[in-house]
Design a binder for this molecule. Structure first.
Ligand code: DOR
Ligand code: ZN
Length: 350
């Protein structure tokens, strides 16, 4: 059995860092393992303009431990008022890496998101022209649509029409959770890719709903049935360049998740690389972990591949779960994959 694996240093192509005190607490978990991360803009208020992204970037850099060489990749939050000129200037100057679509009402802090997709067509036109990635939270918000079907319906009613209207726009279908998502991405050419989270590779909806309601397994899009998880696992471990890691690590204080109306999000950056090594090993695909975590993402984003390395080591005994994060306002719980993890990150060199 393989005991050690060295890969190119990974990046995280979908991450929530928040701001203020929580940012300071959670950021070192990312910057200790990852060289770069696509930082989600759903703050309160959202990061809408290039100037706001620049300000947020500075806040992140100020919170980065001096010994970590971490580069945040900033993302604008798409609104119906987003200005194509601002998006273009931000991308061409290197201050902004992508724009994120939140359908209004789909998830945490998405109220300022988009209701009518046609209103953003002028921005998408410019993004297609300059090769700027369009990141999509792919769920419809229609009350008539069952929450477990919202991703599949989004593909048919929103994503396919956008793709037809903008054939060479770079689209990242974020945190896919269904076989429908996998099949759709596989049916597309290299202009479409998808991120896959750590938790959707490991849990299905039973983790959230069996034996009592389990708020620490609640995220959006919600985990689906086992057949969908298996499709995600096969795609992520296959080495296909269209699938790459986006942890969607989304810290929330435990008491806000363990509530009558608990918030969506799972904090998983502390143990993602160890869990991924376990999953890829189980699939007999350890050799593809580097593609998923370190190569496919930068290739899609047209960015250089990292020069640093990460070594993971396997022990015979299971490694205990990392400690939860303590903040002045409460605890952030670390994702428990509910399975023994024998891998751990043993070295990172930049
Ligand atoms: O589970 C989630 N949490 N999904 C999202 O789309 C947003 C995120 C958050 O910001 O907490
Ligand atoms: Zn997210």
């Amino acid at each position: 059995m393989q005991k050690e694996l060295t890969i190119i240093q990974p990046d995280d192509w979908h991450l929530h860092l928040r701001n203020g005190h929580v940012l300071e607490k959670v950021l070192p978990y990312t910057s200790t393992h990852y060289k770069r991360a696509i930082v989600m803009p759903n703050l309160q208020p959202p990061v809408i303009t290039t100037a706001q992204a620049q300000q947020y970037r500075e806040e992140i850099l100020a919170a980065t431990p001096a010994e970590h060489a971490f580069s945040p990749l900033m993302v604008l939050y798409m609104t119906e008022q987003t200005q194509p000129e601002d998006v273009k200037a931000g991308y061409l100057s290197g201050q902004v890496a992508a724009v994120k679509l939140y359908p209004a009402g789909a998830t945490t802090n998405s109220d300022a998101g988009v209701k009518d997709l046609e209103k953003i067509y002028p921005v998408l036109e410019v993004m297609q022209e300059i090769g700027m990635p369009f990141l999509v939270h792919g769920e419809v918000v229609d009350q008539a649509i069952d929450i477990f079907d919202r991703e599949a319906v989004f593909i048919e009613t929103k994503l396919i029409p956008i793709r037809e209207r903008f054939p060479t726009l770079k689209i990242v279908f974020e945190h896919i959770t269904t076989k429908d998502g996998v099949d759709y991405v596989q049916s597309c050419d290299s202009h479409t890719a998808a991120t896959v989270t750590t938790h959707h590779l490991v849990i299905n909806r039973n983790a959230m709903l069996v034996g009592g309601i389990q708020p620490h397994y609640y995220c959006l899009p919600v985990a689906k049935r086992e057949s969908h998880r298996l499709a995600l696992k096969e795609a992520a471990t296959s080495g296909d360049p269209r699938f790459f890691l986006g942890t969607d690590s989304a810290p929330h204080l435990a008491h806000l998740k363990e509530a009558a109306c608990g918030c969506a999000g799972i904090f998983n950056v502390a143990n993602t690389m160890a869990i991924l090594a376990q999953v890829f090993e189980q699939e007999g695909k350890l050799e593809n972990l580097e593609k998923f975590a370190s190569v496919n993402g930068p290739n899609f984003y047209n960015l250089p591949i990292n020069t640093g390395k990460m070594t993971l080591t396997r022990s015979d005994e299971a490694i205990p779960l990392p400690k939860d994060v303590q903040t002045d306002d409460g605890t952030i719980k670390v994702f428990d994959p509910q399975m023994p993890i024998h891998w751990q990150v043993s070295a990172v060199s930049q």
